[in-house]
Design a protein around this ligand. Structure first.
Ligand SMILES: [Zn+2]
Length: 404
């Protein structure tokens, strides 16, 4: 996820207990402000891009898919987050299990993986809140203690914490794109820490030894590394969120980040890596090459049906070829109003199901008036039942060690 990470890492204080409400209000304000003059014809050539909401005139099939055809594991959700500024003391939950469970039941989501479980006492709180009371519905992943990176004993400490997290009940390890794009030698200043920095070696090994899959988000959409100009396919998104751009400054290129991650996967063949967001959803040929090269690599589709769904033939082949290594995930954030493609709710699941299960054409990839990631619509890939079973459930169940 994007805006989330930035807040999570650099500005988490803005989102104290009531922060999500603040975000929700800000979002509504913005929406109001941007509402075009209804019914008023703009003078010639003066329609602002942000006011443009073209309605498709295609008479095409609209299939409603209210439930996943098979029980699903949502491998990529953010039900909670932790404050990273100063000492970590508190877990922040974006919703309650009582709010989330009925939606899961209606959408046929059997289990959700809450990736951002934090570490130390936050992890314990998060497991106690979600996983302990509902062990068959929620599992929680842990995250690294990045702010200890400068401590001389960090490599072993971090490896030991993975074991400790496992004892607490954590089922995997999550890396935000923080690693590679934000984490610096003095945590928030100094040179960027490389993804394949040797200080993390014992951590990757420990995850493998404890059979904890590593869910890793590396880099971001390719357009985020290009100038925010009229040629940028995500111009509106970057214009609305200038801090999402990784163009210039001292940021590595998208490919450099991917390759550093690849070296980690290659060096730890007994650790299972789930490359989130398809890895590089604009370049399925490249992701295919990596999946061929690394048998311990898997992938997940959260927040990338906007890319997969506008190359439906390539996507369908990709799912056919790697049907045992692709997982269903949505990157859902309860009340995640500033990223409409991630707002947890029934609409979000129905869009993913429609993409995976139908051959519907030219539909919205996010529950929003305007496509939030770019001005395009998507096409369903109509996967057969055998592949759906694997993608929705079996692949994730095998990695997580949960029953069928
Ligand atoms: Zn995410």
């Amino acid at each position: 996820m994007r805006g989330w990470n930035r807040r999570d890492w650099l500005a988490s204080l803005m989102l104290a207990a009531t922060g999500q409400v603040v975000v929700a209000n800000a979002w509504q304000e913005r929406t109001k402000k941007r509402a075009p003059n209804k019914g008023q014809a703009p003078s010639k050539g003066k329609l602002a891009l942000e006011d443009y909401e073209p309605k498709s005139m295609l008479h095409v099939t609209e299939t409603k898919v209210p439930r996943a055809r098979f029980p699903a594991i949502d491998f990529h959700t953010h039900l909670s987050w932790s404050s990273r500024r100063g000492r970590v003391t508190e877990a922040h939950n974006n919703a309650t299990p009582e709010e989330v469970l009925p939606v899961m039941d209606r959408k046929n989501v059997r289990m959700m993986v809450n990736l951002t479980g934090g570490y130390g006492n936050v992890l314990e709180q998060t497991i106690n809140y979600w996983q302990k009371p509902h062990p068959d519905r929620f599992v929680v992943f842990t995250e690294p203690w990045f702010e200890k990176i400068r401590d001389p004993g960090y490599p072993q400490f971090q490896a030991d914490q993975i074991g400790r997290a496992r004892e607490l009940g954590a089922r995997g390890l999550k890396l935000l794109k923080t690693l590679g794009l934000y984490l610096r030698e003095q945590v928030t200043s100094g040179p960027l820490v490389k993804i394949d920095d040797r200080r993390f070696e014992p951590m990757w090994d420990a995850a493998g030894a404890h059979r904890m899959p590593v869910a890793i988000h590396t880099s971001d959409p390719e357009a985020f590394f290009l100038p925010t100009d009229r040629f940028n396919e995500r111009y509106e998104e970057l214009n609305a969120h200038p801090d999402w751009s990784f163009h210039g400054k001292d940021f590595p290129s998208d490919r450099e980040l991917q390759e550093a991650r690849n070296r980690v996967i290659a060096r730890h063949p007994r650790t299972q890596f789930v490359v989130l967001h398809v890895g590089d959803s604009e370049n399925l040929a490249y992701v295919s090459e990596l999946l061929d090269r690394y048998p311990n690599m898997h992938t997940e589709i959260g927040a990338r049906i906007g890319e997969l769904g506008r190359q439906p033939r390539a996507s369908r082949k990709f799912f056919e070829k790697y049907q045992d290594r692709i997982m269903f995930g949505t990157d859902a954030v309860p009340r995640g109003f500033d990223t409409p493609q991630q707002i947890f709710g029934e609409q979000l699941y129905e869009i993913y199901y429609r993409f995976l299960e139908t051959e519907d054409e030219y539909f919205d990839y996010a529950p929003a008036a305007k496509p939030p990631q770019g001005r395009w619509r998507i096409y369903g890939i109509g996967l057969p039942e055998t592949i759906l079973r694997k993608v929705y459930y079996e692949n994730a169940a095998r990695l997580l060690g949960v029953g069928n």
